[in-house]
Design a protein around this ligand. Structure first.
Ligand code: C2E
Ligand code: CA
Ligand code: CA
Ligand code: CA
Length: 276
């Protein structure tokens, strides 16, 4: 056993030497983080423009590193993608998010949907559909209460994407296109993919009050969504002027620091979930 270990080490060393020590350390830590239960989910509320009420939450992963404190997803998701650990981590997120919805259902709170971010590695993994089927079965939540946020990066292989999305739709889950308008893919996917929602990327919302082009883009995405029979949500809403512009143009839902940052499940309960 020791011999094979030694060989493995010899094999890996030359390619790993380029990596900065910190990155190797992070990779090792990431491998252990799942077993050690160091991830948790923050939830950012999503509101209906019409009613002003909370309708759902987006699950956003955080890593409570034992030495380095709380690490945001942008600092470890890319590494998780590179190392393939994203599949395990992503499955954990899906299960945890659905368990949270189940818990609230069982306690009689009004139903919320949960949006879960999928990453490319997870989407390309052959077991995604089966995994989601299993999680829905185990938790017993209504499939339409789970919304998957995909990105344009997943649309490269059109045939595979259409096939996979249709399989997911057959399970009854909802599909939302995240960061809409920031990727490379063509608009033609909008007619071929079974989507339920477009999410206007926060980069278009950010300067919408200063930049006429952003106004045009935002208005066009809202119109486009509605003309295609899709719902549309804006993320990154930080002030009332942005909110007014979105309302004026009939954006269906909003999410952003103006209405709420990502918060804990307990805070969601306290602030938004009162048993009637
Ligand atoms: P995203 O999916 O586009 O998520 C929105 C990000 O914008 C979140 O950052 C959120 O906290 C932040 N945000 C919310 N409201 C505002 C606002 O009003 N203004 C601004 N400037 N930002 C706002 P977070 O939580 O750090 O997540 C960053 C990214 O990490 C996410 O971007 C997503 O791509 C990825 N991510 C997060 N959780 C997961 C996960 O469970 N799985 C995967 N694969 N990726 C995840
Ligand atoms: Ca998202
Ligand atoms: Ca986004
Ligand atoms: Ca993003």
């Amino acid at each position: 056993h020791a011999k094979t270990k030694g060989k493995r080490h010899q094999y890996y060393l030359p390619t790993e030497t380029d990596k900065p020590f910190q990155e190797v350390q992070l990779e090792n830590d990431l491998r252990q983080a799942i077993e050690r239960n160091e991830f948790y989910l923050a939830y950012q509320p999503q509101f209906s423009m019409k009613s002003g009420k909370i309708i759902g939450i987006e699950a956003l992963i955080r890593w409570k590193h034992p030495q380095n404190g709380i690490i945001p997803p942008n600092d470890f998701i890319p590494l998780a993608e590179e190392t393939g650990l994203i599949v395990q981590i992503g499955n954990w997120v899906l299960r945890r998010a659905c368990e949270q919805i189940k818990d609230w259902n069982q306690r009689g709170y009004p139903p919320l949907h949960v949006s879960v971010n999928l990453s490319l590695g997870q989407f390309l993994d052959g077991h995604l559909v089966e995994m989601i089927r299993q999680i829905l079965q185990e938790t017993g939540i209504a499939p339409e209460h789970l919304q998957l946020e995909i990105t344009e990066s997943m649309t490269a292989d059109v045939t595979y994407t259409i096939e996979t999305l249709h399989q997911l739709k057959q399970l009854g889950v909802r599909i939302s296109m995240d960061d809409f308008g920031t990727g490379y893919s063509s608009l033609s996917y909008l007619k071929n993919f079974p989507l339920d929602q477009l999410k206007i990327d926060k980069s278009f919302i950010k300067d919408v009050l200063k930049d006429e082009k952003d106004v045009a883009i935002v208005k066009t995405i809202i119109k486009l969504s509605h003309n295609l029979g899709l719902e549309v949500i804006a993320e990154g809403v930080e002030n009332f002027q942005q909110l007014a512009l979105l309302k004026e143009n009939q954006c269906d839902k909003i999410q952003g620091y103006l209405v709420s940052p990502p918060i804990s499940a307990e805070q969601i309960e306290e602030k938004y979930l009162q048993v009637p």
